[in-house]
Design a binder for this molecule. Structure first.
Ligand code: GUN
Length: 283
């Protein structure tokens, strides 16, 4: 059996179109144009691509974006000062600090400086806590985008066995919470997990976000499983691949996300949905 491909590009375009329509409707009603401030520190090439795509998506959907590209030598105090200014700027609805930050900056301190209702990444502990108690304000973009994909393809996690591979603050942990809130039975695997293959083989829904090319082997996957690959890895030949061994996995899975064109575009579409939501909170 060959799996159905989950087309994140198509779903993300539908979501961006919906954001654009909502932004137009706001303008017609005399409400302000949503505005996202994007901060990039240093010259990580992958981050530069992500930030460029985020700004392009803003343009396409009528959201205003302010761009701050700072040198790697920027001090933590300088960055905190910029975040403070953006916090108190009434024009700015959302603030995104692209991760990773240079090593001399404590990213947790920076993320906790962003006002929770401007925290469109949903990384502030206040927003993480609200997600835990099922009263979300801002939900992290990648896991929320994954839930949108599942919903768009008619997959209800309720009662299913979900396995999340990776326990990062950006993907794995909030993904596990999202699946739990949708009433899946959730297992989280990480670098200390024993018998990873056995855990993966239990999954009706498998979400993988570890950042290692082809880390999850296709033969581990339960026949018919829904496989969501969050990894975007650049190989030496310049091509992109995910964290799941796609060619083998697609012959066993029921549905699978490709890389590129799966989760990546959903992260960006969700960021713009969160920015629109932040603007609505500021009305
Ligand atoms: N780096 C990798 N993913 C993300 C993300 O979703 N948000 C931010 N701010 N940085 C990232």
């Amino acid at each position: 059996m060959t799996a159905q491909l989950i087309n994140g590009k198509e779903i993300s375009q539908q979501r961006l179109a919906a954001v654009a329509a909502a932004v137009e409707k706001r303008a017609a009603a005399g409400l302000h144009t949503p505005c996202l401030a994007v901060i990039l520190v240093g010259d990580n090439p992958a981050s530069a691509v992500y930030v460029r795509n985020k700004k392009l998506a803003c343009q396409k959907s009528g959201i205003e974006s302010l761009s701050y590209e700072l040198p790697a030598s920027t001090t933590q105090d300088e960055l905190l000062k910029l975040v403070d200014e953006l916090n108190s700027n009434p024009k700015v609805d959302g603030i995104l600090v692209q991760l990773p930050l240079p090593e001399h900056i404590d990213s947790q301190v920076v993320l906790e400086t962003i006002l929770p209702h401007k925290d469109v990444d949903g990384f502030h502990p206040y927003n993480v806590g609200r997600l835990v108690v099922k009263m979300p304000l801002m939900r992290p973009c990648t896991p929320k985008g994954v839930m949108t994909l599942l919903e768009s393809y008619g997959v209800d996690p309720k009662g299913k066995k979900a396995v999340v591979v990776g326990a990062s603050n950006i993907v794995g942990r909030p993904q596990a919470l999202e699946l739990l809130l949708s009433r899946a039975t959730v297992t989280v695997c990480h670098s200390a997990t024993q018998n990873l293959a056995e855990e993966v083989a239990q999954a009706d829904i498998l979400v993988v976000g570890v950042g290692i090319p082809n880390f999850v082997k296709g033969e581990w996957i339960k026949p018919g499983a829904i496989v969501i690959d969050v990894g975007i890895n650049r190989l030496a030949d310049g091509s992109l691949c995910g964290d799941v061994e796609f060619d083998v996995a697609k012959e066993r899975a029921g549905m699978i996300t490709p890389v590129p064109g799966g989760v990546g575009p959903m992260t960006i579409a969700t960021l713009l949905e969160n920015t629109l939501h932040a603007a609505e909170l500021h009305d």
